[in-house]
Design a protein around this ligand. Structure first.
Ligand code: FAD
Length: 301
């Protein structure tokens, strides 16, 4: 007689927070991406800690997803647990005069508007940059108008063992599209902003938004700049000078409007985008001897 042994889920007891084989395409700005083996949406810190500990015990790799605005997920997906901090607990916004305390799952565009309405200045530089506070801090989102790191005073983080701790301004380093935060999860953050006239803040937000609208292919599926700017240079200009604007692989295309953007037209696969990325790198290297480093995060094989 053969005995059947029922497979025990690594997430038993967490059924309400964990789904299996969830397509990631609908959670990325590219609208591309295969399934995540596990998709975890914790409803509080305890569930986050427990789910992360289960991953560690079962050697399940972890990815943390924001709004997927800086992300390319492979067509095969990821054999991992993808955590998304989008439940109410991770979307709180609290004010204490000019100090703003927010969950990592808060939408940065909503935060820009909330701060503006409350007469708090410092987050305008994020206008037109899609993403969550967690993703924004991890990437030190920003550009020519400033970076999120400039106004961050504290970041709540959690490592994979479930240990929660705070990183404070004096030991945080924000660099070009990077930080020195190594803990896997950013759970919340605190910003110190300046009191100002809401109308003046809104004018600045609109000005930055117009600049983006005029220089970026906003009504397309993309993930922002694909490559980081090499020191003192513009990756977009290098790609343009290599004659690559408008180049296509499958349904992926180098934007005519901004050469550092790759547009995923309907039917594009991650493979199309990755092939285009490879060609851009090779051509720029052949022409200028410069290796372009990825800004977009790539998950999966
Ligand atoms: C149209 C468009 C314009 C853009 N313009 C700009 C721009 O001007 N400047 C700029 O800097 N970026 C720009 N981007 C890129 C993107 O908006 C930013 O990188 C943003 O910060 C991504 O946030 P996200 O929540 O979508 O992160 P995701 O793309 O989901 O993830 C990005 C990285 O952050 C990590 N991460 C996400 N959440 C957490 C968390 N809670 N804890 C730990 N790690 C986390 C992920 O693991 C991943 O490594 C643009 C993108 C688009 C689509």
């Amino acid at each position: 007689m053969t005995m059947r042994i029922a497979k025990i889920s690594p997430f038993s007891g967490l059924e309400e927070a964990v789904q299996e084989d969830v397509l990631l395409a609908r959670y990325t700005w590219y609208g591309i991406g295969g399934p995540a083996k596990y998709f975890v949406r914790p409803r509080n810190l305890e569930e986050l800690q427990l789910a992360s500990q289960r991953c560690a015990e079962n050697q399940i790799p972890i990815h943390v997803l924001g709004l997927g605005a800086n992300l390319l997920v492979s067509d095969a997906g990821v054999n991992a647990a993808v955590f998304r901090l989008d439940q109410d607990f991770f979307r709180h916004v609290k004010f204490d005069k000019n100090i703003l305390e927010v969950g990592a799952g808060v939408d940065m565009q909503k935060l820009v508007l909330i701060a503006c309405r409350n007469g708090l200045s410092g987050l305008e530089c994020l206008a037109g940059i899609p993403g969550t506070v967690g993703g924004g801090i991890r990437m030190n989102a920003g550009g020519k108008f400033g970076d999120i790191g400039a106004v961050v005073t504290r970041v709540g983080v959690m490592d994979v063992s479930g240990l929660l701790f705070d990183r404070t301004k004096d030991d945080l380093i924000f660099d070009y599209r990077s930080t020195n935060i190594s803990a896997k999860f950013i759970t919340h953050a605190q910003f110190e902003l300046d009191e100002d006239d809401p109308e003046r803040i809104m004018r600045k937000v609109k000005e930055i938004w117009m600049y983006k609208r005029n220089s970026q292919p906003l009504n397309t599926k993309n993930a922002g700049c694909v490559f980081k700017n090499p020191r003192g240079l513009s990756a977009g200009a290098l790609i343009d000078q290599a004659g690559l604007k408008g180049m296509k692989v499958g349904h992926a295309e180098v934007s005519e409007k901004h050469a550092n953007f790759i547009i995923a037209h309907s039917g594009a696969s991650a493979d199309d985008v990755l092939k285009l990325v490879k060609i851009i790198r090779e051509r720029v290297f052949e022409k200028d001897g410069i290796h372009l480093e990825s800004e977009v995060q790539v998950w999966g094989e």
